[in-house]
Ligand binder design. Structure first.
Ligand SMILES: Cc1cc2nc3c(=O)[nH]c(=O)nc-3n(C[C@H](O)[C@H](O)[C@H](O)COP(=O)(O)OP(=O)(O)OC[C@H]3O[C@@H](n4cnc5c(N)ncnc54)[C@H](O)[C@@H]3O)c2cc1C
Length: 394
């Protein structure tokens, strides 16, 4: 049998999370065959909420998936910040008509499984995308004419190029950049999802609500057309080195939220089982492409979740990458450099600003007073102006 010409070979994607599936689908729309190699036994996302800013909808619109992302989402009327000690409203940003008029797209909150499921369905409906489980990419070789992904069991998978969408602890990144383990931020997130019926009526709010406390914050919002309620409690702790989606110790949570408003404590009390995340990020870098191999999403620019942008940026990456590849299908190495050039400053800015927002949310004393003064004085239009670099960019 004659060897396949490299142009006939598929583009390989390591990792089938939100970024990997978005990239697979966006590339398939440009006519590229794609193989998604996912390490787990099935394609799925853990149960927790995710905020979707206008910039993800602008990106999803370019690949025809905006309606699919919105189908089961909840569109909150506003986002507000309250002081977790006094209960006072610090600031409220309306998310309805004037917001949509400004950013041309809505703001929504959704279940991660619903967003991942929308990208998965699109990939399953494409005859150019092959979805493959139990395939852990350990290494790769780029010989200039193509790329070979080396799987954990030693199998070698040949492709035209490789995109590392393998998340925070990316093997692909380790080989391209080699910057070691992610930076442990010292912030821990406890997450839980309740049914609507489990939330007391007087505590259920249609908005995204953030309770800012000293070295803590607590966020809640409805999910899945309002049927579910998402809770995220974040606090500072040096106890953990790293970890992901492990069962949490609620007594630690109580130590950190002790003394906060009854609205916060009563909601925290409703939870029987929390899942815990040790929040990590990395320093921004720019050289995340090497020949026919590049990175995308958390593998390229892992960020703290304080701007609620990791999945939004991964989706923007996917669309930008597919557009760059379509412009230079004969030279994917050059296309990957162009994609990286178009993306690194924006994603680096989100990585840095997410840290700043985290400090802002957890401020104490005079810093907290200043925060409240500055944010409280803004009109909605000024609030929109302040975040336009992010929501209207991309
Ligand atoms: C507490 C918290 C709240 C968040 N809230 C938001 C939010 O509101 N809005 C938002 O936009 N983002 C949010 N994020 C960020 C968002 O979840 C991530 O940025 C996003 O999911 C990254 O997607 P990804 O596809 O790049 O990586 P991942 O979701 O990590 O997917 C990586 C995939 O690759 C697979 N994999 C890993 N290694 C290999 C390998 N060697 N070979 C094959 N497969 C492999 C994994 O199994 C996984 O399926 C939040 C994150 C956290 C922790």
């Amino acid at each position: 049998m004659a060897p396949a010409k490299q142009d006939d070979l598929p583009i390989l994607i390591a990792g089938g999370g939100i970024g990997g599936l978005a990239a697979a689908y966006a590339l398939s729309l440009k006519g590229f065959p794609v193989r998604v190699l996912e390490q787990t036994a099935e394609f799925r996302e853990i149960g927790a909420g995710i905020q979707l800013a206008p910039n993800i909808f602008a990106a999803a619109d370019r690949i025809g998936l905006k309606d699919a992302l919105l189908a089961d989402a909840w569109q909150p009327p506003a986002m507000e910040m309250r002081c977790a000690l006094s209960g006072d409203l610090v600031t409220r940003m309306p998310l309805e008509q004037e917001f949509i008029a400004r950013f041309k797209q809505p703001y929504a909150v959704s279940h991660r499984a619903d967003i991942h499921g929308a990208f998965l369905q699109a990939c399953q409906d494409s005859n150019l995308v092959s979805l493959e489980n139990n395939q852990r990419v350990e290494d790769f070789e780029d010989d200039g004419g193509g790329v070979t992904a080396i799987l954990q069991d030693g199998e070698r998978v040949r492709g035209r190029a490789l995109i590392g969408c393998d998340g925070m602890w990316s093997r692909t990144r380790e080989k391209i950049i080699g910057d070691g383990a992610p930076r442990v931020s010292g912030h821990i997130a406890y997450r839980a999802v309740l049914k609507h019926s489990e939330v007391p009526d007087d505590l259920w709010r249609p908005d995204v609500v953030l309770w800012a406390g000293p070295r803590t914050h607590f966020v809640h919002y409805p999910l899945r057309r309002g049927e579910l309620y998402n809770l995220v409690a974040v606090f500072h702790s040096d106890r953990y080195e790293e970890g992901w989606n492990t069962e949490a110790d609620p007594s630690e949570l109580w130590q950190h939220f002790n003394g906060q408003r009854p609205e916060v404590l009563r909601l925290l009390e409703r939870i029987e089982t929390w899942r815990m995340w040790v929040l990590c990020d990395r320093e921004p870098v720019k050289d995340w492409s090497q020949g026919r191999v590049t990175l995308l999403g958390d593998a390229a620019h892992p960020m703290l979740q304080y701007l609620a942008q990791g999945a939004c940026q991964a989706t923007e990456d996917a669309v930008a990458l597919a557009e760059a590849a379509a412009q230079q299908p004969e030279d994917l190495a050059a296309a990957f450099r162009n994609y990286q050039q178009a993306r690194y400053l924006r994603t680096g800015r989100v990585q840095i600003m997410a840290r700043v927002y985290g400090e802002f949310y957890h401020a104490r004393g005079v810093t907290a007073e200043l925060r409240d003064l500055m944010l409280g004085a803004r009109t909605p239009q000024q609030a929109y102006d302040g975040i336009a670099w992010l929501y209207a960019g991309g």
